[in-house]
Ligand binder design. Structure first.
Ligand SMILES: Cc1cc2nc3c(=O)[nH]c(=O)nc-3n(C[C@H](O)[C@H](O)[C@H](O)COP(=O)(O)OP(=O)(O)OC[C@H]3O[C@@H](n4cnc5c(N)ncnc54)[C@H](O)[C@@H]3O)c2cc1C
Length: 460
């Protein structure tokens, strides 16, 4: 759709905050990290909840699509305004409103950067568990919109596990408060956890009360090298079945290992086919015992190397293999289809075997790495679209990956979300009756269907 001059004038009359309509300025708000793009008719830089409520009321009344955006770092096209309309940016709503170390919570506006929350919490020896690698620039609203996680999720959970309450604006402009400020509370339905992960399709989160945790006094790192991918996957499953819970448990498969070895000069035992990067935190007096327990559970005949770092400098060295991976991947193939599937941890060995078979069947390299402690694997299908055979193989290859994940009892996305990219696959995982209820819920929150249309749920 395209806003007429009259509609733009009416928008300016009814809504507060700066309103951009110059295409040169709007362009920057039409794309995200999915590399998809569409042009908004206008961008509103909101300043408060009341202004957002007025905007939603206006958009609802005029049937104008309204797409809320944090920093636009999502990878699934979740902020691309496919039908034009208004993009709402919360970049100016970035204030920390209340910090209560004694009750371990922090209340902030939704445009606050994750990194700013962490910096403030750290001053009191606390942290907010969601730690996407984008934390330096991604926003709390965007983190909550996608239910973001990160390496720490294996021990401390994702956004959904670490939010106490929200202020939000529904699609028809109602301001609602959800949840409470305590760690227990069962009054009413749990709208907080419904809105988290809803990708701006049910309501616009304007403020959030985040649950903070105490920073552990000490943290050690471990790098374990395995001679087989299956061996490493079995070790993950064994580690997650014993009482010591790592605060990060990352996995890299054989291609990922080869890449960092060849391109980043990471020194590893010659036969290494898979790596595990593990962090443990807690009382320094206990960590040696915890590391030993993990080593016992991860011990296998094909474990080639088990290095432990007790200080931050050495720890950074061990994690270098994982940090070097993303830049190396870009060098391998021009196109990279990055999925973030999840399977129950005990099915990881089977997933790895089947991904290898899928890669061979479609003659496309697949590089796998990710948050294995949660069974969350970033499956990267690499292709060169200038070669027709590779271009055509991508869609059936992706289909095969998704089929395999669902057969193993998994889910299609662990943290990146659905957005546009996976919307058409949702019906493979969610039953028709459940989908029908979800569409009904959408209509209750957003009767005119203006909030982030075309995303998250397949159309009916
Ligand atoms: C280098 C890099 C590393 C990354 N690493 C990780 C990782 O480790 N783990 C991970 O989970 N993700 C990761 N991501 C993906 C992305 O950073 C996260 O999904 C992040 O949470 C998005 O935040 P954002 O502020 O950029 O949100 P956006 O991309 O702007 O928006 C994301 C979704 O949230 C909705 N939304 C935004 N603000 C609000 C609001 N106020 N109310 C309601 N809905 C809202 C949007 O409509 C959209 O659907 C990474 C991305 C990059 C580029």
């Amino acid at each position: 759709m395209s806003l007429s001059h009259g509609q733009l004038a009416s928008l300016r009359q009814h809504c507060s905050g700066e309103i951009l309509s110059d295409p040169a300025q709007c362009l920057a708000y039409g794309y995200d990290n999915s590399k998809q793009q569409a042009m908004p008719d206008a961008v509103v830089l909101a300043e408060d909840t009341a202004g957002i409520a007025a905007l939603a009321t206006w958009c609802s009344h005029n049937k104008v699509p309204l797409t809320v955006r944090g920093a636009g770092t999502n990878t699934v096209g979740a902020t691309v305004p496919l039908r034009g309309g208004v993009v709402l940016s919360l970049e100016r709503m970035n204030r920390i409103l209340e910090f209560s170390p004694e009750n371990q919570y922090l209340r902030c506006q939704a445009g606050t950067r994750n990194g700013d929350v962490q910096a403030r919490a750290e001053q009191a020896g606390l942290f907010w568990p969601p730690d996407p690698t984008s934390s330096g620039f991604s926003s709390v609203g965007g983190n909550l919109g996608c239910n973001a996680g990160g390496p720490r999720a294996v021990k401390y959970g994702t956004c959904r596990d670490n939010v106490l309450g929200l202020t939000a604006v529904t699609g028809d402009g109602r301001i609602i408060e959800t949840g409470c400020r305590t760690t227990k509370g069962v009054v009413g339905y749990d709208l907080t956890r419904l809105l988290v992960g809803s990708e701006g399709s049910l309501a616009i989160i304007t403020e959030a009360t985040l649950l903070l945790r105490a920073l552990a006094p000490a943290r050690w790192s471990i790098r374990a090298a395995y001679a087989t991918v299956e061996g490493a996957a079995q070790a993950v499953s064994a580690m997650m079945a014993q009482p010591v819970r790592p605060c990060a448990l990352e996995f890299m498969d054989a291609t990922a290992v080869r890449l960092v070895r060849e391109n980043a000069g990471i020194a590893l035992p010659a036969q290494t086919q898979a790596l595990l990067l593990i962090d443990i935190d807690g009382d320094s007096a206990r960590l040696a015992e915890d590391a030993a327990a993990l080593q016992r559970s991860g011990a296998r005949p094909d474990c080639l190397d088990w290095l432990v770092a007790e200080d931050p400098v050495r720890s950074k060295d061990l994690w270098q293999a994982r940090k070097a991976l993303s830049p190396c991947l870009r060098a391998l193939a021009p196109q990279k289809i990055n999925e973030d599937v999840v399977v129950p941890v005990s099915r990881l060995p089977e997933l790895m075997q089947r991904l290898q078979a899928i890669s061979e069947r479609f003659a496309l390299p697949i590089v796998n790495f990710g948050h294995a402690g949660n069974g969350n694997v970033h499956v990267n299908i690499l292709a060169d679209f200038s070669k027709p055979a590779e271009r055509e193989a991508v869609a059936p290859c992706l289909d095969a990956v998704f089929d395999c994940v669902l057969e193993l009892g998994g889910t299609l996305s662990g943290e990146h979300g659905v957005g546009l990219a996976k919307r058409d696959f949702v019906a493979r995982e969610v039953s028709p009756d459940a989908l029908d209820l979800m569409h009904q819920i959408k209509r209750v929150f957003d009767p005119a269907g203006i909030l982030n249309p075309d995303k998250t749920l397949p159309s009916i």
